[in-house]
Design a protein around this ligand. Structure first.
Ligand SMILES: [Zn+2]
Length: 418
């Protein structure tokens, strides 16, 4: 499955639940620079934003709730769900116990889980990268509890350790493979609880990942280049005095924001070819490329950078601005955020269960197809067909080839033009 561009957790998860490109969802990266506030902001962990502050379009859980307000909806550790009115049960995606305590929904949900032997006071500590298999156990335990006691119509569950261990130890490492086996076992536990609840025949499963991985051996430091060109100025102690441009790191890619608006075009003309010439850089995309990548221009969304520096396989981008070298050691064993059309950055897609045809192999599937397909299973449609057909990336569609459903009469209907 192809992720959205760039292949990052917050970007892809939002495309999964909306069927939309980052251009429409407003979720552009794991980290961005807020031009109006003059600060870098992170979507990583739902500590800063409510879902409605950021996500500009309807999600599948909004649609399910709109269609039938008695539907029970839940999301456990799913990015950017904080504060959603359309979800009855939420445990946010965070690294902070304070965020879990404050924003889990309903307000006494964590206490209710704790009374049922799920140690929710550990959620913060267990969300640290090396511990995240324990967070996943909390997530699976919560999912099983919800299935047993609330019978949700739509349940979103996000496991972390497959990503954490592939970052820490490398994709395909012994620990990375262990993480996948471990999550497979947690999923089995959820399937068993659905069977025990008598819901197996009416349940459809989508088991998906949000991106692939590449093992990295070097990091690229675009901020060193900006410093060498005098675009980042520092005092003798290295403290930044002023900046005409900066890079925000998004692992496999870097977002370059030109802050000097008077010299904006000149600076872009100067640095674009220099960035493209750095070892490990696969491409540098400018404003003219953004639409066909499913991204907005900075005019449409000021959080958007002026340039996106895309790393090649084996490389990642960092924000370091030391003057020692333009390349450094990799910060992780593996990472992502690269071009989602690269074969090594492809994600996983499995659908099975009620209304899914057996044995169909998909050759063309993107994260943007998930929400329209789930909507079809709820006998409804996502509220808009997103543009982008004909660009480098295609818009989301209902994956009719995997569905074992009576034909939708509206899809069959072809108006006769006199
Ligand atoms: Zn990751």
């Amino acid at each position: 499955m192809e992720a959205s561009f760039p292949s990052l957790t917050w970007v892809s998860h939002t495309s999964m639940v909306t069927g939309a490109f980052p251009r429409e969802t407003g979720v552009l990266g794991n980290a961005i620079f807020n031009r109006s506030l003059g600060v870098q902001q992170s979507f990583y962990g739902d500590d800063v934003f409510n879902k409605d502050d950021i996500v500009k379009v309807k999600t599948i859980y909004d649609l399910v709730k709109d269609r039938d307000p008695t539907s029970v909806t839940a999301a456990i550790s799913w990015p950017l769900t904080r504060g959603s009115e359309s979800l009855d049960y939420i445990v946010p995606e965070s690294l902070s116990q304070a965020t879990y305590n404050k924003y889990s929904k309903p307000f006494d949900f964590l206490a209710e889980l704790a009374r049922n032997d799920i140690p929710t006071e550990r959620w913060g500590a267990w969300s640290a990268l090396p511990q995240s298999y324990r967070e996943d156990w909390l997530t699976a335990s919560t999912a099983k509890y919800l299935i047993k006691t609330k019978k949700p119509n739509l349940l979103l569950v996000h496991f972390l350790v497959t990503d954490s261990f592939s970052h820490l130890y490398g994709a395909g490492s012994t620990e990375g493979i262990w993480a996948h086996e471990y999550v497979d076992g947690l999923i089995k536990g959820i399937v068993d609880s659905i069977t025990d609840a008598g819901l197996l025949d009416s349940t459809t499963f989508f088991i998906v990942s949000d991106h692939g991985f590449t093992n990295v051996h070097k990091s690229i430091k675009p901020n060193v280049l900006l410093k060498l060109r005098g675009l980042i100025r520092v005092d003798r102690d290295g403290v930044v005095l002023s900046e005409d441009a900066i890079t925000v790191m998004n692992h496999g890619c870097g977002f370059v924001y030109v802050l000097n608006l008077e010299k904006r075009d000149q600076i872009i003309r100067e640095i674009k070819p220099l960035l493209a010439g750095l070892e490990g850089v696969k491409a540098v995309y400018g404003v003219d490329d953004f639409d066909k990548l499913g991204l907005p221009t900075p005019v449409l969304n000021p959080q958007m950078p002026d340039l996106v520096v895309m790393a090649d396989e084996g490389y990642m981008i960092t924000e370091e601005s030391d003057l020692i070298s333009l390349l450094g050691d990799a910060h992780y064993s593996g990472t992502h955020g690269h071009d989602p059309q690269e074969p090594w950055m492809k994600a996983l897609f499995i659908a099975s269960g009620a209304n899914i045809a057996r044995g169909v192999k998909l050759t063309d599937v993107t994260v943007r197809d998930i929400a329209p397909t789930i909507a079809r299973l709820f006998n409804t449609k996502m509220p808009a067909t997103w543009p982008g057909q004909g660009g480098k990336y295609r818009a989301g569609r209902v994956l009719t080839e995997i569905l074992d459903l009576p034909k939708d009469p509206l899809e069959e209907f072809q108006p006769t033009i006199p």
